[in-house]
Design a protein around this ligand. Structure first.
Ligand code: GLY
Ligand code: MN
Ligand code: MN
Length: 432
């Protein structure tokens, strides 16, 4: 790891210390404990599901697999890390990396699950309900007041240079996976083999992915969060949609690419190209102070133009938007905030923590904020052929070219997704 990144990380931790001190002072607390969380066993079993550490904990330590541990933050005091590291011959004991950030913390190695030492008026955040009664009673602290958690969420909305560097590297690693997935598709692999090619090239095991990779061939490309991997390749190859990421020091890439296969009608390939151009147009619209809901609406208008230009809709773009046609072809939002969680915190709030819900007609939008420098967002326009959403339109007297829609149904759909930083004057596309 480069010295530059290590230095940026030390600055990031110093920034967090200052920001947390302000939040604690404002909310009248002397100390704050963050619980890492821990994995639960499956019912009646001794195996656990995959796990990710609480985002506010990872914000400090950059490790997304720490369990049963605590971080204590207090003004004018070094962060105290109570790291659960029992003697254990079944597992490799938890060990911190030999990296400079570790020396910015006081590390207490705990051989048993223990409560941290808190001073003055204390507060805890994290999945406190999951800790044992002994520990929760020993804490003597307020639990996660909304205003405090929202203020800490708000901090996560604005990425430090260290966090941006991590997101950039997560993107670089994920793109290697996407290139391998495309090669596997060209070589006629099925969904599972495309997934395995992606994991190998992006250098990660499946339990570490930031979200379950979506690898959809043909009509599976039209299932927004398609969750399976068919073992065998289909006989005909119309399309492939890959929505797959990578974590780097806790930070998530979230990238989607769609490819036309040899059996797709020519218009599908043209639509894939049109969605790439739409993604670029939306990325280039990013500047500080732009309203993300406005960008989402701009996407719908441009989708209307695409439907008209490719003969899917024989009316005007405006009619396609007003009659809800573009929403049937793209039922999700333009994107979301991205960071330690793929759908990162505070997307549906104003800066002061009051709710900023999605507009009624766009309920799936996960980000309603005015964009500001330091925010990282996804831009992910889509165009899908989803029978369940198109069915209600078939009974209406709308100028939809159903013959063409029916030809495209086996292709499932298209999504193109990049990760973008809002800079002081414009944007930086983090997806190479
Ligand atoms: N991968 C989930 C999303 O794009 O939001
Ligand atoms: Mn995605
Ligand atoms: Mn996304």
């Amino acid at each position: 790891m480069s010295t530059t990144l290590f230095n940026l990380q030390l600055e990031h931790i110093a920034h967090l210390q200052r920001a947390y001190e302000q939040v604690l002072t404002k909310s009248g607390f002397d100390s704050l404990a963050i619980y890492s969380g821990h994995a639960d066993y499956h019912f009646a079993d001794d195996h656990a599901a995959s796990f990710q550490t609480y985002g506010h904990f990872v914000h400090w330590v950059g490790l997304a697999d720490i369990q049963h541990s605590w971080l204590v933050i207090a003004p004018n005091t070094r962060p105290q890390l109570y790291l659960y590291a029992p003697d254990d011959f079944w597992h490799l004991p938890t060990k911190l990396p030999e990296e400079p950030w570790v020396s910015a913390l006081d590390v207490h190695l705990c051989s048993t699950k223990t409560a941290p030492t808190l001073t003055g008026k204390a507060v805890v955040i994290g999945d406190i309900e999951s800790v044992s009664t002994d520990i929760s009673q020993a804490l003597k602290a307020d639990v996660a007041p909304n205003a405090l958690v929202q203020a800490l969420d708000e901090l996560r909305m604005f990425k430090t240079p260290y966090e941006v560097a991590c997101l950039r590297e997560a993107n670089r690693l994920a793109i290697a996976g996407h290139q391998a997935a495309q090669t596997a598709f060209i070589g006629a692999s099925g969904e599972l083999d495309i997934q395995l090619a992606y994991l190998a090239a992006s250098r990660q095991r499946e339990s570490n992915v930031p979200y379950q990779n979506i690898i959809g061939l043909n009509n599976h490309a039209g299932v927004l969060h398609y969750q399976h991997y068919d073992l065998t390749p289909p006989k005909q190859r119309f399309s492939l949609l890959v929505d797959a990421g990578r974590r780097f020091r806790g930070y998530c890439a979230d990238i989607t690419r769609t490819y036309a296969g040899p059996d797709a009608p020519a218009v599908f390939g043209e639509l894939v190209n049109a969605l790439h151009r739409l993604k670029d147009e939306m990325v280039e619209s990013i500047v500080p102070n732009v309203d993300y809901v406005g960008l989402h609406k701009q996407m719908h208008h441009s989708l209307g133009n695409i439907l008209v230009a490719h003969d899917l809709f024989k009316g005007s773009a405006q009619q396609a938007v007003e009659e809800g046609v573009t929403r049937a072809f793209c039922p999700h939002g333009l994107g979301h905030s991205l960071g330690l969680q793929v759908h990162d915190v505070a997307g549906l709030r104003h800066p002061d923590g009051t709710p900023a819900p999605a507009p009624t007609e766009h309920p799936a939008l996960r980000l309603t904020r005015t964009l500001k420098p330091g925010m990282v967002v996804t831009i992910e326009p889509g165009l899908y052929f989803i029978p369940m959403l198109l069915k209600p339109l078939r009974d209406k007297a709308l100028p939809i070219n159903w013959t063409l829609v029916d030809q495209l149904l086996p292709c499932g759909g298209i999504r193109i997704e990049d990760n973008v930083l809002v800079t002081e004057s414009s944007f930086e596309n983090l997806t190479p």
